[in-house]
Design a protein around this ligand. Structure first.
Ligand SMILES: Nc1nc2c(ncn2[C@@H]2O[C@H](COP(=O)(O)OP(=O)(O)OP(=O)(O)O)[C@@H](O)[C@H]2O)c(=O)[nH]1
Ligand SMILES: [Mg+2]
Length: 332
């Protein structure tokens, strides 16, 4: 960073710049969204308020799967495919390491260097900032900013290790689950819940001598999907074979996403799901704010340590302790 004082853009400049697709302003607005400083938060919300009605539409795709399944490589291949047909693509890679390290230490693959070099693409690692599962209301807010900036396809990468894919389900239109070729018997330790929220499965790394086994896995996953309840009535979840490394099967995945989008638009479910997601965001933000306000209220702050100690030493039950904290909050 240079020592030069940076000009702080006005709300107007932020909003107009984002709508014109100026990447540096989009980046700075996302930084404000991610900040926990109250003045940044206020600014971020003023910007968001004026971006949310941009009327621009997008397809939001969540890509999830076990660590090393090839999510980043796949997203880069898909992004390059989309950029080559002139689509503007934003990629939000949720970096699970950043809650620990406070920085975004992404591996080479996660940087998606080829895609990053394309003018049509915008790549942003987002810190999971300690939120359960690696996504936060901030990811949703960042999606809204990217949409206002005219990105037509927004791809969110999350590691399918627990809650993250459930959270990502509340902010994207389509979820692609990446699996590896291999025995589908034990479904590779992937929890049933993750399969249930997938709109399609791609068996990635279906290349070299893994091709045969990938075919077998395809059948296994198709059977497994048939046993699961429908996610969207009328949408048949496909199992596709891909090689992100060789860019094979990528176009087929995209065609599947487009088919999903038109089917959902036709049935009205697209809009219904988006409305449901706004409801979710409303409550996620309210809960987030309330929780912070609660613990920052002076009487609660003052009582927390004492009550914690009493609970830990067995003098007070956690139930009574929690009620006492609420009492302190009400007395504020
Ligand atoms: N053979 C083969 N290797 C692949 C393919 N896709 C990814 N890989 C390799 O698999 C490794 C992991 O790929 P990533 O794209 O980083 O996987 P990821 O799922 O994003 O990993 P995390 O973000 O760490 O969870 C890398 O060495 C890739 O080169 C593929 O289609 N075929
Ligand atoms: Mg990755």
């Amino acid at each position: 960073m240079s020592g030069r004082q940076r000009h702080e853009p006005t709300i107007e400049e932020f909003v107009e710049g984002i709508k014109r697709g100026e990447r540096h302003l989009l980046s700075r607005a996302i930084t404000l969204v991610e900040s926990s400083r109250p003045e940044h938060e206020r600014l971020a919300h003023q910007i968001l308020d004026r971006c949310i009605g941009s009327g621009r539409s997008s397809i939001r795709v969540g890509v999830t799967g076990a660590p090393g399944a090839g999510k980043s490589t796949f997203i880069e291949a898909l992004g390059l495919h989309l950029a080559s047909v002139g689509k503007k693509v934003a990629v939000l890679a949720i970096d699970p390491s950043s809650s620990r390290s406070k920085g975004s230490i992404l591996g080479d693959k996660s940087r998606m260097e080829k895609l990053a070099a394309r003018p049509e693409a915008f790549i942003r690692p987002t810190p999971s900032s300690g939120y359960l599962g690696g996504t936060s209301p901030r990811t949703h807010e960042t999606i809204l900013l990217c949409e206002a900036a005219g990105y037509e396809i927004i791809i969110v990468e999350t590691v399918g290790v627990g809650q993250s894919e459930i959270v990502v389900n509340s902010m994207v239109d389509f979820i692609l689950l990446l699996m590896l070729p291999g025995s589908g018997d034990e479904l590779q330790g992937i929890k049933r819940g993750i399969m249930e929220i997938a709109d399609a499965i791609a068996i990635n790394k279906a290349d070299g001598d893994r091709q045969k086994i990938a075919e077998v896995s395809k059948g296994d996953f198709e059977s497994a999907l048939r046993l699961l309840p429908e996610k969207h009535p009328g949408w048949e979840r496909k199992v596709l074979l891909t090689s992100a490394l060789e860019s094979a099967g990528i176009h087929e995945v995209w065609q599947n996403i487009e088919a999903f989008a038109s089917a959902m638009h036709e049935s009205g479910e697209w809009a219904a799901q988006r409305r449901e997601q706004l409801r979710h965001l409303l409550h996620a933000i309210a809960e987030d704010r309330l929780k912070r306000e609660f613990y920052n209220t002076p009487p609660v702050k003052a009582a927390t340590q004492r009550i914690e100690q009493q609970v830990l030493s067995g003098k007070l039950s956690p139930f009574t302790g929690a009620l006492e904290l609420l009492e302190a909050f009400r007395e504020k």
